[in-house]
Design a protein around this ligand. Sequence first.
Ligand code: ATP
Ligand code: MG
Length: 211
Amino acid sequence: MAEITSGRVGIMGGTFDPIHCGHLAAAEAAREAFSLDTIIFVPAGIPSHKDETEVTPARHRYLMTLLAIMSNPYFQISRVDLDRGGVTYTVDTLRDLRRELPADAAVYFITGADAILEILSWKEPGRALSLAEFIAVTRPGYGLEQLSQALGPLYEEFQDRIHILETPPMGISSTDIRRRLAEGRSVRYLVPETVLTYIRNHGLYGAAGER
Ligand code: ATP
Ligand code: MG
């Protein structure tokens, strides 16, 4: 990650298995709406709800993420979660990145609706909410009207630090992309071309080579 000196920073964590246009559009919408100077994409080590054998090796997810963000001068990538190793928890991501950022940086963690609705199951959720403000991006199939309920005891203290961002709905998920590839179906325009080429060249997700 290049040194970041400017003040408004978005952090987009995810398994990115693979990264898709829903991730990119959510990050770009957050950048524009919150006047962010930089968005740092942070591929997760092992996601807390998954087993190591269930995720594609980190080097592939890192390189696909790098390929996906390269054309956007506002986007960067960080290896903090990969280098720490083991299961990734957002609170650790934020703690580690905070150390690399200017002390007065305004830090926003960007999540989709599904992720924020599970916040009470996170490690140290209150601490995570103290380390960054949150941008909860709408996602088809997940209603953010349940957010106050999902926050439970954290609602009173932290509601002002969570901002809901309505974005053009993109019903894309990595799960769906993996399934399509395994079935030999098209994912063109759901992932960037560069990512699709990488997937084909490495035969990931059971994808066949270029036809
Ligand atoms: P999977 O199906 O494997 O869980 P995913 O598509 O949910 O993959 P993740 O890497 O789990 O992708 O998600 C990283 C972050 O991006 C999460 O905060 C998630 O909510 C958000 N996100 C993913 N897809 C979308 C989308 N289509 N619209 C808005 N947010 C999204
Ligand atoms: Mg997910």
